[in-house]
Design a protein around this ligand. Structure first.
Ligand code: CIR
Length: 253
């Protein structure tokens, strides 16, 4: 059960954020509307939403997920792999300190983005990506094992972040796309398979009684509903333009 969520509003500089996509520049006004709807959805799911003000110095800082890994008893402040994003952790730290006493830190030369971390019950999967390096992954693995969680390091092939291509919905059920469909580390789970043309929909989030999914991916939506989940659909076009998905926009704990 998630009681709390933390989000951060997109700022004026959001349109200058990092991207690998060729979907064009985001429209700030639309991004703000979509962010508002995202907050409403998190409230519908029953979470108390902490809304942090935007910060013009960090165009990508609305993607708060990358700054931390949160569990019921402790927090890990990450060390984001993109240098234009690294300072976001200093902005996030006070908010995390208001909820947690037990805080660990990923330290250089280790880098780690929260988007590379997937929790499935008491088992964490840590993706090695362009943003998370082996040193960062090993530091997190050590912390998690010290706290009695299991941890597996997964080398990414194509996806940007681990959770760009995989989500956990509870009940041992995952949503998987691309390289994760037949990945040996995830073979023991029940799978909802996302077809290639709907790959973006693999980044969905289960929040209490709902699964929040991006709007416009009917096949995946149908499969998730058929598996027995209640869905909330959100327009994500302006976040997709900067490689962002539903999980990236919040910390859930
Ligand atoms: C970035 O390149 O860092 C942002 N434009 C997108 C971050 C997406 N975050 C995530 O998948 N957790």
């Amino acid at each position: 059960m998630f009681k709390n969520t933390i989000v951060k509003q997109p700022g004026e500089s959001y349109i200058n954020g990092l991207t690998t996509s060729d979907l064009g520049s985001p429209i700030l006004e639309k991004a703000l509307e979509q962010h508002e709807a995202y907050i409403e959805a998190l409230k519908t799911c029953g979470t108390e939403v902490t809304i942090l003000p935007s910060c013009v110095d960090f165009p990508d800082s609305t993607f708060v997920e990358d700054t931390a890994v949160l569990t019921p008893n402790f927090a890990v402040i990450s060390n984001p792999g993109a240098h234009t994003r690294n300072g976001e952790i200093r902005e996030m730290e006070p908010a995390i300190k208001s909820f947690y006493e037990n805080i660990y830190y990923i330290k250089a030369p280790g880098t780690l983005d929260g988007g590379d971390i997937l929790q499935i019950e008491d088992h964490f999967y840590i993706g090695i990506s362009a943003r998370t390096n082996l040193e960062g992954a090993e530091q997190l693995k050590q912390i998690l094992e010290l706290e009695n969680y299991k941890a597996t390091i997964v080398q990414l092939e194509k996806f940007f972040h681990l959770k760009t291509g995989i989500a956990y919905l509870g009940n041992q059920t995952i949503v998987a796309a691309g390289e994760f469909i037949d990945h040996p580390d995830f073979n023991s789970y029940t799978k909802i398979i996302v077809p290639p043309e709907e790959e973006y929909a693999a980044n969905c989030i289960q929040v209490n009684d709902y699964v929040i999914i991006p709007a416009g991916y009917p096949i995946t939506k149908h499969k998730i509903k058929e598996a027995g989940y209640q869905t909330i659909e959100l327009d994500m076009t302006e976040f997709r333009k900067l490689d962002g998905g539903l999980s990236c926009l919040s910390l859930r704990f």
